[in-house]
Design a binder for this molecule. Structure first.
Ligand code: GDP
Ligand code: ZN
Length: 353
């Protein structure tokens, strides 16, 4: 395996320097199961686990390696598992906030350069859903590309493309039919050597079909790996970082697939730049865009330059995000950490209950 083909670049090389001096070698996480990892290295594929010190030093779930991460490993002669000593800084990361404090973040996948947002052009076509999926993209720092699949089931493609254009700023849009193998080749223009991509979208839109097209005939072989558990037993695990024969890599993990809405208000502002800009020109700074005089948002809706449905979706997402934030705060309040903190503060006489 060539390191550059699996995503290595100057950014990682620079951050690897201190590890190199310790005689460690770079590896990329292809999958994880119960803290056992499969990694890609220059010398091929290896099983790996984190060192005792690593585990001891790790503070939160996000400190552990995730699929797509670059790690520093060593392999002692005669041992079948490599030892992971460190994780390199992430260029991009896709995470989910797990229940608890703000820092309790779980990284679903790391170092994704390009995110293909897949939607279907069939009866399920829904601009509002695309709006939703764009939001976590802005959070991850990966570059979004919109794929409108199932063009074979659509009569008014141009109209739908225009509808998507009106909500996605500076995001390329491509139409295709994965099942008829039409338009797929456009993915090749993004998936150059060493580029890591992932597909995001509701179930049933055609993500697996697209990935299978990219992998070609040997897809089963490319995805699965038989590995020994150490007790002479062999199990099959699925690589979640997959090398595409024509170049590039795809990350396909259940976590990304099941991704639901999350994010914070900053991401909302980025996805709805137009509304945020309008809101800046409302007469009142804290305008609720309801019945206030001099409301630029209401005016834009009346004049037809802002779609009422888009505005409603914005309000709905804003409500959901605020609810999520409240829930997170509540969870934190009841968490062990917070309870201990309160007991400690009380003991010190800072407050009475
Ligand atoms: P995923 O859940 O996003 O991975 O979606 P799948 O790839 O499993 O596809 C769901 C269904 O849609 C399957 O029955 C596919 O055969 C079908 N499908 C995928 N792409 C197309 C397409 O371009 N046109 C049509 N008509 N069906 C498609
Ligand atoms: Zn307003």
């Amino acid at each position: 395996m060539n390191l550059f083909e699996i995503g290595w670049n100057e950014f990682f090389a620079k951050h690897f320097e201190p590890f190199k001096n310790q005689g460690l070698i770079p590896a990329r996480i292809a999958c994880e199961k119960k803290y056992i990892y499969i990694v890609y290295t220059e010398k091929g594929e290896l099983m790996a686990e984190v060192s005792g010190k690593f585990r001891f030093d790790a503070q939160t779930p996000k400190d552990f390696p995730a699929v797509g991460d670059w790690v520093a490993i060593n392999l002692r002669p005669g041992e079948d598992k490599a030892i992971i000593h460190g994780v390199l800084p992430r260029k991009t990361s896709f995470s989910r906030k797990v229940a608890g404090s703000r820092t309790d973040e779980q990284v679903l996948a790391a170092n994704i350069d390009i995110l293909f947002l897949v939607s279907a052009l069939d009866r399920d076509f829904n601009v509002r859903r695309i709006e939703r999926f764009l939001m976590p993209c802005y959070n991850s720092n990966s570059r979004p590309i919109i794929l409108l699949n199932k063009s074979d089931l659509c009569q008014d493609i141009e109209e739908k493309v225009r509808a998507v254009e009106s909500i996605a700023f500076d995001v390329p849009i491509h139409t295709m039919s994965a099942s008829e193998n039409k338009g797929i080749e456009v993915l090749g223009t993004y998936l150059n050597k060493g580029i890591t991509a992932a597909l995001l979208g509701s179930s049933g839109v055609g993500k697996s079909t697209i990935i299978n097209r990219l992998l070609g005939e040997e897809r089963q072989e490319i995805r699965s790996v038989s590995t020994s558990t150490g007790k002479g037993k062999h199990v099959t695990v699925h690589r979640e970082l997959i090398l595409i024969p024509d170049g590039g890599l795809i990350i396909d993990t259940p976590g990304l697939r099941e991704l639901q809405l999350w994010g914070d208000e900053d991401n909302l502002k980025e996805s709805f730049k137009d509304i945020e800009e309008l809101a800046q020109t409302c007469r009142f700074r804290d305008c609720g865009h309801k019945h206030e005089p001099g409301c630029a948002v209401k005016k834009a809706i009346q004049q037809g330059s802002l779609d009422m449905k888009r505005f409603k979706n914005y309000l709905k997402l804003q409500r959901e995000i605020r609810l999520l934030a409240t829930r997170r705060k509540e969870q934190w309040f009841h968490s062990k950490q917070a309870v201990h903190k309160r007991i400690e503060l009380k003991r010190k006489g800072f407050f009475r209950e």
